[in-house]
Design a protein around this ligand. Structure first.
Ligand code: PEP
Length: 246
């Protein structure tokens, strides 16, 4: 297992974000062999990045605007996040796609903007419950991957994919680990068509301290993207301890 990422969504204010970042940084060590990152809200980003400087925990943006600078009220660009110390950017998170109506085309622009400024994008893909019920999981994932990766130039940058079934996010209805392993294996095969470097694939969707080991012990699952359980000190610290001692 190589990655434990915490998406704090819009759960924490600035002081809570700084406090949780400090606790996280005290718990983990460079030699763990794990890449750690948190994704605070935009307002808290700068203080959290400062708190985590010189720690094993990186900081990422929850979403990035694709134009570096300009008349885009309410947006914060990939360029600005990079300037403020971001290493990663979530791109195409389910809540961006389904609450804010972002399309595969928007996702592609955010992906390219992240790569252009040297951020490592964490491309989130996943099927809805309707897709799953209609047996369209593979169709949906292949389409999202095609739109994201076709003719994409990585320019030597890394990219990470997170498989996050929409029906599993924030619901407590986590994907059965063996099914996540099967789908992630399929995603890895599909990505090989487009990218000739190794692309780590994480699982996300109601990961908790209790179930994290069942995901990270499977061969194709390179780590976890954790939402709700990463926003509370007790559940997140227990989750990390369980994952790294597995
Ligand atoms: C997420 O926000 O990416 C996520 C997986 O959320 P949760 O862990 O709360 O399901």
């Amino acid at each position: 297992m190589k990655y434990i990422f915490g998406n704090w969504k819009m759960y924490l204010n600035t002081q809570q974000s700084i406090d949780l970042a400090r606790e996280f940084a005290q718990l983990v060590q460079d030699g763990d062999g794990v890449e750690y990152a948190v994704f605070p809200n935009t307002l808290a980003f700068y203080d959290v990045a400062a708190e985590l400087k010189n720690s094993p925990v990186a900081t990422g943006a929850q979403n990035v605007g694709w134009t570096p600078q300009g008349a885009y009220t309410g947006s914060t660009s990939a360029f600005m996040f990079s300037d403020a110390g971001a290493k990663y950017a979530l791109v195409g998170h389910s809540e961006r796609r389904h609450v804010f109506g972002e399309t595969n085309e928007d996702v592609r622009k955010r992906l390219e903007a992240s790569i252009d400024v040297g951020l490592t994008p964490v491309l989130c893909i996943g099927e809805t419950k309707e897709d799953r019920d209609a047996d369209k999981t593979e169709y949906r994932l292949k389409k999202q991957l095609l739109k994201a990766f076709e003719n994409l130039s990585l320019n030597g940058n890394r990219v990470i994919v997170a498989y996050e079934p929409v029906w599993a996010i924030g619901t407590g209805d986590a994907c059965v680990p063996e099914e996540a392993q099967r789908v992630i294996n399929l995603i890895k095969q599909e990505i090989k068509q487009y990218v000739d470097t190794d692309v780590p694939v994480l699982y996300g969707g109601s990961v908790s301290a209790d179930n994290v080991v069942s995901y990270v012990s499977l061969p194709d699952i390179d780590g976890v993207l954790v939402g709700g359980a990463s926003s509370k000190a007790e559940s997140f610290m227990t989750l990390i301890n369980n994952a790294i001692s597995a």
